[in-house]
Design a protein around this ligand. Structure first.
Ligand SMILES: O=C(O)C1=C[C@@H](OP(=O)(O)O)[C@@H](O)[C@H](O)C1
Ligand SMILES: C=C(OP(=O)(O)O)C(=O)O
Length: 372
């Protein structure tokens, strides 16, 4: 993908990637982002800053996800953004360059929107400011600062000044969202302990740990080392509200699975944003839980999960959503006696290509892929 901008990218084979910039010209082909919502939205921010034409698209699921959340502010900065349904849906065609900084308050708590605007702001005239309604993950601010970008954070206001970035070496820590699957695997199992090392320890990415603690889980996260340790536990129901959601936005499917076996009724609300993810994650999570035998009622902005389910093996449709597929695999391997089959297993490659191998290492169970 980055190669389309004339940037040289080399994988050295020892886990390192060498990227030689800068991005200076329009991409020489259509930028296909597959299933990656973060990818297309952040790249749109970069393309808005390039004096030229960029065409961005993705797979059948991504082409259904809302892009107006980035198209509108990027237009306000001076880019031309066209797409299906008046720029609401990809493919998007962006003519960038000649941007002016704006102050923008996204109506949704979204690190993707914030990041798109900060990236565009690097090549705008004046300062670009994003006013968040709720703090979201801050990887973009951290990365821009490491690359010499001038970023200021003042409470819920994040600003960037225009300027060139300079190359640096970055060590990418482990992704807490991936570790969440192994945490719930340990909790669903009858016995045992799982430890995951080297995780990112910054704010807003490991809130699932506190949710699981509220559920009575024996779980600790060592902020000095980034080590998560989880032991099989009896869980109780929890109430998850709008305040909690931005910090666990990607972990709801797997937390909902934990809630299905917990004692009591779990209520999740304020999570309407989940309907705009890879799948409608309220509907797909509820469908998955029901397939395993749990009782769930979908609400407009969340769900009510009756706990105490004895999970049975299931046939689950991932709806093209990696987090549904991985949650089902963990439940099938750790808590349901018999073969669970997952349709749309390929989606897992979006965020965790090594997942099946790790599941086999941990549980000895190979997930059964159904139809593509
Ligand atoms: O910035 C990011 O890397 C992401 C932000 C989140 O999206 P929103 O902040 O738009 O909810 C999250 O769901 C996504 O998986 C990754
Ligand atoms: C929502 C997710 O990703 P994206 O929006 O980048 O497709 C996710 O990783 O669960």
């Amino acid at each position: 993908m980055i190669g389309r901008f004339g940037v040289s990218v080399t994988c050295t084979g020892d886990g390192r990637v060498r990227v030689e910039g800068p991005v200076r010209h329009e991409p020489d082909d259509v930028l296909d982002h597959g299933n990656a919502g973060t990818g297309i939205r952040l790249t749109a921010g970069v393309c808005a800053g390039i004096d030229g034409l960029s065409v961005l698209t993705g797979d059948q699921y991504l082409r259904r996800r809302p892009m107006d959340r980035i198209a509108e502010p990027l237009r306000a900065m001076g880019a031309t953004v066209a797409g299906r349904e008046d720029g609401r849906l990809a493919p998007l065609v962006i003519r960038g360059g000649n941007l002016t900084g704006i102050t923008y308050a996204p109506p949704q708590a979204s690190a993707q929107v914030k990041s798109a605007l900060l990236l565009a702001g690097l090549s705008a005239r004046g300062i670009t400011t994003v006013e968040e309604i709720h703090p979201t993950r801050r990887h973009t601010e951290e990365m821009l600062t490491e690359f010499g970008g001038r970023v200021t954070v003042d409470g819920m206001r994040v600003s960037v000044e225009p300027g060139e970035l300079s190359a640096t070496d970055v060590v990418v820590p482990g992704d807490p969202s991936q570790a969440a699957f192994w945490a719930v695997a340990a909790l669903l199992a009858d016995q045992g302990e799982v430890a995951v090392d080297g995780l990112y320890t910054g704010p807003g990415r490991s809130d699932f740990v506190q949710i699981l603690q509220r559920m009575g889980a024996d779980i600790t996260f060592d902020l000095a080392t980034g080590t998560l340790t989880v032991r099989s536990s009896r869980l109780r129901a929890v109430e998850i509200t709008a305040e909690d959601i931005p910090g666990i936005v990607d972990e709801i499917p797997v937390l909902a699975m934990a809630a299905a076996v917990a004692e009591g009724t779990t209520v999740i609300s304020g999570a309407a944003e989940l309907r705009a993810k890879e799948s409608d994650r309220i509907a797909s999570t509820a469908g998955m839980l029901r397939a395993f035998g749990a009782q769930v009622t979908e609400t407009e902005d969340g769900m009510v999960i009756e706990g105490g389910a004895r999970l049975r093996p299931a046939r689950v449709d991932s709806h093209g959503d990696h987090r549904i597929a991985m949650t089902a695999a963990v439940a099938g391997a750790c808590a349901a006696d018999g073969a669970t089959v997952i349709d749309g297993w390929d989606s897992v490659a979006t965020s965790y290509p090594g997942f099946a191998q790790h599941l086999v290492q941990l549980t000895g169970t190979t997930p059964a892929a159904g139809d593509a």
